[in-house]
Ligand binder design. Structure first.
Ligand code: UDP
Length: 421
């Protein structure tokens, strides 16, 4: 087993100023954020998760920490460590929370607890508010002092609408030791003895992943990956994970291809806390069977401009997930004004109002039907894209998310004031 090394804040991206967001949300919102942040002066907010790159959690923390700091909040981000075995177990836990059958043994739970014990020993939980993300670091709560001077929040980013009962029971023991829990969508809420907050995630319109790009940059990325600039391009950006159903995407593409000449881009990377991705990547390559119009791209972490360019170059973005926490890739595509076809799972229906800000689907055939319809009706596709961008502007930008988090942090103290009155 590796030893627990805590990575301290050094991966945090360089922020733009909070005032740069005026042009998306208006100055009143920025003033609100400042007022709320002022009330947290003197409090240290410590975020803890299990990876600094790959996946939606790292993506959000990377953008949020610098802005919280600019607002005057003393925000930090630490990463727990674990060996391969630990991450294999946490991947099983992830799959089982999403309702996928993946046998888990008592020995797996022991491995989880062994690495947790090491992290409990070695990770300094110095925050006035300790904000733990997802199941991997959940057991750190055992470390909280008995006087409960610090506040602990567990933030669940995964779809727990139908969790495996055994895994949920195991996690619940820890969850109920926290002061509050946060889920991404109303249908994920669970019976718990602690308060639950339902907060959707967000994207940063000024990050490399989402910022406007010059046409030459987009063209250069398309050329780099040998994608035909003149053929309709259907893209799914996702880690190579069964729950993202890349094989289902290939099947949908094949149904479309019978009628319309098009190409498919599957762009993904691997996350250091996901040991399954290499296997899925191989399966996807096999399924593609050397079709020259299927581009399977392994994108290294940190290639945000490339992901951005691929999304912008696409005619249609698809996200055929079987389960999804929230689906930031969908938010990113909607923000770029793209017509999106995505499964009605997890937080996706919050983002896509069917036939208004995109198309929801439930099957391979349904996905193919929607893609064909959009390819055949460019004006309709454009209208969906334009509605989509406005829906994201109003609901899923980083500033709204910052406001929700500041209110959440404050509410922990406010509740206490009420009790002490
Ligand atoms: N992502 C990336 N490179 C990849 C695959 C995904 O940068 O190769 C990003 C993607 O753009 C999004 C995040 O990782 O910002 C994935 O978040 P999402 O909520 O869609 O899924 P998760 O991976 O957290 O299940």
């Amino acid at each position: 087993m590796q030893s627990a090394n805590v990575q301290n804040d050094n991966q945090v991206a360089v922020a733009r100023s909070i005032h740069d967001y005026d042009r998306f949300v208006g100055p009143a919102m920025i003033n609100n954020l400042k007022l709320l942040a002022d009330r947290l002066k003197g409090k240290v907010i410590q975020n803890v998760n299990s990876t600094s790159v790959g996946g939606g959690v790292a993506e959000i923390l990377n953008r949020m920490i610098p802005l919280l700091r600019e607002l005057g909040v003393d925000a930090h981000w630490d990463v727990i460590k674990g060996g391969e075995q630990f991450f294999q177990v946490t991947k099983k836990i992830h799959n089982l929370l999403h309702g996928r059958l993946d046998p888990i043994s008592e020995h797996d739970f022991e491995i989880f607890m062994e690495t947790s014990a090491m992290n409990i020993r070695e990770v300094d939980t110095y925050g006035d508010i300790v904000f733990i993300h997802d199941p991997q670091p959940i057991a750190l709560v055992k470390k909280r002092n008995n006087k409960k001077e610090s506040k602990w929040i567990w933030r669940c980013h995964v779809d727990v609408s139908k969790p495996d009962p055994r895994v949920w029971k195991f996690l619940k023991k820890f969850i109920e030791k926290y002061d509050a829990s946060v889920f991404s969508a109303p249908n994920f809420s669970q019976k718990l003895s602690i308060p639950q907050f339902l907060l959707s995630p967000s994207i940063d319109p000024l990050s490399d992943k989402n910022i406007e790009l010059p046409q030459e940059t987009i063209a250069a990325v398309v050329a780099k990956y040998k994608i035909d600039p003149d053929k309709p391009m259907i893209t799914q950006v996702s880690r190579f994970d069964y729950l993202k159903d890349p094989v289902g995407v290939i099947e949908a593409y094949r149904l479309v291809k019978k009628h319309i000449d098009c190409q498919l881009v599957l762009a993904g990377g691997t996350a250091s806390d996901d040991p399954e991705s290499a296997v899925v990547f191989e399966e996807v390559k096999e399924k593609a069977a050397n079709d020259p119009d299927i581009h399977i791209l392994l994108i290294p972490p940190g290639s945000d401009i490339e992901i951005n360019a691929l999304q912008r170059a696409s005619t249609i973005i698809i996200q055929k997930s079987i389960k999804e926490g929230f689906g930031l890739t969908v938010t990113e595509a909607l923000w770029k004004g793209k017509p999106v076809v995505a499964s009605a799972v997890g937080g996706i229906p919050l983002q896509i109002k069917h036939k208004y800000s995109g198309m929801l689907c439930h099957t391979v055939e349904g996905a193919a039907f929607a893609v064909k319809q959009l390819l055949n009706s460019p004006e309709y596709a454009k209208q969906l894209g334009s509605n989509a961008r406005e829906h994201v502007r109003l609901n899923f930008l980083l500033t709204r998310h910052l406001k929700d988090y500041l209110l959440l942090f404050l509410s922990l103290y406010y509740r206490e004031d009420i009790v002490n009155l």
